[in-house]
Design a protein around this ligand. Structure first.
Ligand code: FAD
Length: 481
């Protein structure tokens, strides 16, 4: 039976985009349906990854300039820089990225259609456009990559004026003097350092009992120095009771209780930014009627090749849940396309790098020290603090730590954990060594450019080898093994 397309994709985020691009390399005819009338690229380009990183870039440059050459503490950046200039930079980046995605789709002959897609049967999609007109298209395969959206708070409303979510914060008209960020996820940390770098007084009201509990404990300690430097207050174990305007004091009042005391606290702030959870966009798109399996939260269940329990239907990206990253969504979309058209593809490596784009960054891959010990490894660590690196001294980015976790006997690298400038880039050096089952002597035996942040690997490796040596092993023999 001839169908209109080989593949139809719902949603043009990284999962959908990568799937379409890979399918065209197999000479397959692909259509992307996008519900957003104006922009392609999903939350990747329009409301998530790229805009937050563009905002971060300006904040980082402003902080770097005002703290190194200026008078950050006497004259706050918000007295010198305007939000409209910060936003202009971000908008230019978004316009470029939007153009880029369009160009790539056109170049690779991927068709696009604007409208809301709904699955009618295992090979048919109904598209409803913005004027309400409908048409049906058919394909051998369907990829659901509809992403996720912010989960609305229960005890207050996001009014997009004083109480923002990720969508409205990206269009704020001025740099606030005080901001309270509710939520303990990656984005809370990123935006806390973005606003603090612009001079805003930041409080994080973390709804979880602990903060960054999943990262290595020494990296967390190093990041605490960042919070202290930027004067970011952090309150853990918070339950928000309500949020209201105090006209008299011209502020927004957040009432919250703390888990351990139950005492009611009031925090006065100018604006609030809410980062609650996210909910998958899996409702009203025909999945239930077709019997596509989902979990109780609505995340679509898939196998390792991203196929659902219905043969012709695949799903990838945030709609399948953890880890909900653009980086991973690209790979998931590609793997789905390979499986659909019978092209062998490698599975995702178990070691997925993890990055937090705070200022400075946090990144990690592999086992933490505690995880490695728990798994029964005889573990040694090697550390390199940024304040011992020439590059960090030259650039005055002296807070930072790179930590190597390795097996004592074999020197086999088990994990890399970094807090500091360029951490999200540096982590990929460790990733390569991990992938090839390498050991930390790689960093000693190979010359590295100097001065660089990468030198931290060498310093940490020496530090690690020295620890083993001090523990009784023969240094010379160790390096020659
Ligand atoms: C503030 C923030 C910062 C982030 N930073 C990073 C980062 O630094 N690094 C990183 O890797 N990840 C980051 N992420 C996560 C990343 O943005 C997401 O993981 C990624 O965009 C998910 O991709 P996706 O393909 O699943 O869908 P999305 O990018 O969410 O796109 C889904 C698209 O589907 C469309 N759609 C929905 N329903 C339909 C329908 N029925 N018919 C047609 N179209 C439909 C939507 O309009 C949307 O355009 C961040 C997220 C946020 C919110």
């Amino acid at each position: 039976m001839t169908r209109d397309y080989d593949l139809i994709i719902l949603g043009s985020g990284p999962a959908g985009f990568a799937c379409a691009m890979q399918a065209t390399k197999f000479d397959k005819k692909a259509l992307i349906i996008e519900a957003n009338e104006e922009n392609l690229g999903g939350s990747w380009i329009n409301t998530g990854t790229v805009p937050s990183k563009a905002l971060r870039e300006t904040a980082k440059n402003i902080y770097s300039y005002t703290s190194k050459f200026g008078d950050f503490h006497e004259k706050k950046p918000y007295e010198r820089f305007k939000m409209r200039d910060v936003l202009k930079y971000k908008d230019k980046v978004l316009a470029n990225e939007n153009n880029e995605i369009k160009k790539n789709l056109i170049k690779n002959n991927v068709h696009t259609s604007r409208g809301f897609g709904k699955i009618i049967d295992a090979n048919t999609i109904e598209i409803t456009d913005h004027l309400g007109s409908q048409r049906e298209v058919t394909a051998d395969y369907i990829l659901v990559s509809t992403g996720a959206q912010p989960k609305p708070p229960e005890s207050f409303k996001v009014d997009h004026n004083k109480v923002h979510d990720i969508n409205s914060i990206l269009n704020m008209q001025h740099i606030p003097r005080r901001i309270s960020i509710v939520g303990g996820n990656i984005q809370s940390i990123e935006f806390a350092t973005i606003f603090a770098s612009l001079g805003t007084k930041v409080t994080i009201l973390n709804e979880n009992a602990d903060f960054l509990s999943y990262i290595d404990y020494e990296i967390r300690d190093e990041f605490q120095k960042v919070l202290d430097l930027l004067k970011i207050s952090l309150v853990n174990g918070v339950k928000i009771q309500n949020v209201s305007k105090n006209e008299l004091r011209n502020c927004t009042e957040i009432r919250y209780t703390k888990a351990e005391t139950d005492e009611l606290m009031v925090l006065e702030t100018e604006v609030m930014l809410y980062f609650g959870g996210r909910i998958p966009n899996s409702k009203n798109i025909g999945l239930e009627a077709l019997g596509v399996e989902m979990d109780e939260q609505g995340y679509i269940k898939v196998n390792k090749n991203h196929k659902t329990n219905v043969d012709s239907i695949y799903a990838a990206g945030d709609v399948v849940g953890f880890p909900a990253l653009a980086s991973v969504s690209f790979s998931q979309g590609r793997i789905a396309a390979c499986d659909m058209f019978g092209i062998p593809s490698s599975e995702l490596s178990v070691n997925i790098p993890f990055g937090i784009y705070s200022i400075p960054e946090i990144a990690s891959i592999g086992l933490t020290e505690k995880e490695a010990i728990k798994q029964g490894f005889d573990v040694t660590v090697g550390r390199s603090y940024y304040n011992n690196l020439t590059k960090a001294d030259i650039s005055k980015n002296r807070i930072g730590l790179l930590k190597l976790v390795f097996e004592t006997k074999t020197f086999k690298l088990l994990g890399v954990h970094i807090c500091g400038e360029e951490a999200c880039e540096l982590i990929h050096i460790g990733q390569s060594v991990l992938f090839y089952n390498g050991d930390i002597r790689f960093f000693i035996q190979n010359v590295m450019n100097y001065p660089t942040y990468s030198e931290a690997y060498k310093v940490a490796a020496f530090n690690g080898v020295n620890r083993v040596y001090k523990a009784g092993a023969k240094y010379k023999d160790l390096l020659n093994k």
